[in-house]
Design a protein around this ligand. Structure first.
Ligand code: NAD
Length: 482
């Protein structure tokens, strides 16, 4: 018997949040979950007080000093420079793994995929979600996609550990490394390295576009899928929707020092205060939380009672279907129906038995020691703003003598326009000019500064530069298209 309760932070959120959280807490209480709740206020009200992150500084202590955070969806006000609260909490607390199980509940919830049981493990801290964006010229904006070896290693190892602890057979990786050869290429490479450490688990890699098509068509061909942040965001909604409804899926955000649990859907403001919303997403989020806390028996009891409720056709409006469902109920009545079924197991749907596995427990991320690499500066890409005709820029640049440097190439949005450009290539006001030294030089750092000074003196409008390196003798930068 447990002697002390697990302290957890809860946020009731916005829109339908308070209704679905209240029902979930009643079910947790009735099932005997050993938790002590500490409520925090985050979201719309905090944003509208002028706090751009939606979370006040003082709130962090409660979240940090509890074992887990159960969060209802919140509303992010439009515009006004408000930052995503979810991204802030995930990155600030180092919650690197976003785990989203998508299961079909055929024949009780309509789906085209009766045998679907997929877990998406999404990288949660980097990629295009670093939020590093710039408008560089009147016509061109840039968003930085950052993929790190450590970030990739943590999430990929987490996916394999999750598979091992949950008796899953296969971990599939999705990337777009036929195009993003360096960034997605790193994620894929790390995946291949880590897969070797788990010879009992099948591994495979798909290019994200055809992989997504395959997932939407034949989800039963997949088991655990690990992927970078943006692809994971999109794919996990696709997976939840084709399994039956986005309203049914819960999600865990796991780090080495804490975890946050939530529904995958938003605050559905149009459904708020009408006792209509389906509380299943946050309830399944709380089941993931109980597993994380080691309360696997109570997690199984709640999940099985919930399956039994679905099986008996007691459905909220979003999954109600004439001919399949028996009774259309509101949020509170659905919660009461789950409470009445605590201790029961489903007959047609597969019951869960979490205490046989270790679903919430994954070894703390251990990182391999980075290999020593030789990094050599070999050139520079200088990005220029130029709004007059392209030919003028090419003529002007190619008529100059850049001393110890040669202008090797000019591209526009990655397409080569010099040398040997094609007249059809459409150009915007943002050019990349690649310079290499005429011969290798020990003073390349200083020479680059002289080159930039010359370009500035000659009235070229430099908007940014990017150093070009060879790493271990190989180019660590992309070549041009064309
Ligand atoms: P949404 O998920 O709130 O709603 C999409 C659709 O699904 C709506 O038709 C809604 O009625 C329905 N729906 C969602 N959850 C439901 C439930 N539990 N029961 C029944 N029906 C449900 O997405 P949206 O409309 O794009 O976003 C609304 C707000 O939520 C926005 O402010 C957005 O920023 C926010 N949001 C928050 C989170 C989060 O806090 N984790 C996630 C996504 C969106």
């Amino acid at each position: 018997m447990q002697t002390s309760k697990d302290p957890i932070a809860i946020a009731k959120g916005d829109g339908i949040g308070p209704e679905i959280m209240d029902v979930t807490l009643k079910i947790l209480d009735a099932a005997g979950a050993s938790i002590e709740t500490h409520e925090v206020e985050i979201g719309e009200k905090v944003y509208l007080k002028g706090c751009l992150t939606g979370i006040e500084h003082s709130t962090w202590d409660t979240i940090r000093n509890t074992k887990a955070f159960l969060k209802a969806p919140i509303t992010t006000p439009q515009g006004g420079g408000f930052k995503s609260l979810n991204v802030t909490v995930r990155t600030t607390l180092g919650l690197y793994a976003n785990v989203r199980p998508s299961v079909s509940y055929h024949p009780f919830v309509e789906t085209k995929h009766p045998n679907m049981d997929v877990v998406i493990v999404r990288e949660n801290e980097e990629d295009l979600y670093s939020g590093i964006e710039y408008q560089q010229t009147p016509d061109v904006c840039q968003s930085l996609k950052l993929i790190s070896r450590q970030g990739s290693e943590k999430i990929i190892r987490y996916a394999f550990e999750y598979a091992k602890n949950n008796s899953r057979k296969k971990v599939t990786c999705f990337t777009k490394d036929n195009i993003m050869k360096i960034s997605d290429g790193l994620f894929h490479k790390v995946y291949e390295e880590i897969a070797k450490e788990y010879p009992d688990i099948e591994s495979e890699h798909w290019i994200i576009d055809i992989g997504t098509a395959k997932l939407a068509d034949t989800p039963e061909a997949f088991d655990v899928i690990v992927l970078p942040n943006l692809y994971g965001d999109i794919l996990s909604d696709v997976a939840a929707q084709i399994s039956g409804s986005v309203g049914l899926a819960g999600s865990a955000n796991i780090g080495d020092h804490g975890a946050m649990f939530e529904a995958i859907h938003g605050s559905a403001p149009r459904r708020a205060n009408q006792n209509m919303a389906n509380p299943s997403g946050i309830l399944l989020g709380s089941v993931l939380m109980l597993n994380y806390l080691g309360q696997t028996e109570v997690a199984s009891t709640i999940h099985n009672a919930w399956l039994k409720t679905l099986e008996e056709g007691i459905h909220t409006y979003d999954i109600f279907k004439e001919g399949i469902s028996k009774e259309k109920v509101g949020t509170k009545e659905f919660g009461q129906a789950v409470i009445q079924r605590l201790g029961k197991t489903p007959e047609t749907l597969k019951p869960v038995n979490y205490h046989e596995n270790k679903p919430g427990q994954v070894e703390k991320s251990k990182l391999s020691i980075p290999k020593e690499t030789q990094r050599e500066l070999v050139g520079i890409d200088v990005f220029l703003h130029h709004s007059a005709p392209t030919k003028e820029l090419i003529d002007s640049l190619t008529s100059k003598n850049f001393g110890s440097f040669d202008l090797k190439m000019i591209t526009n949005r990655g397409a080569k326009i010099y040398p040997d450009g094609m007249p059809e290539t459409f150009c915007v006001d943002h050019y990349r000019c690649r310079f290499f030294p005429k011969e290798s030089s020990s003073t390349i750092n200083k020479d680059l500064i002289s080159l930039l000074m010359q370009l500035t003196e000659e009235k070229f409008d430099i908007i940014k530069t990017e150093n070009l390196y060879n790493i271990d003798g190989l180019p660590a930068y992309s070549s041009a298209q064309g």
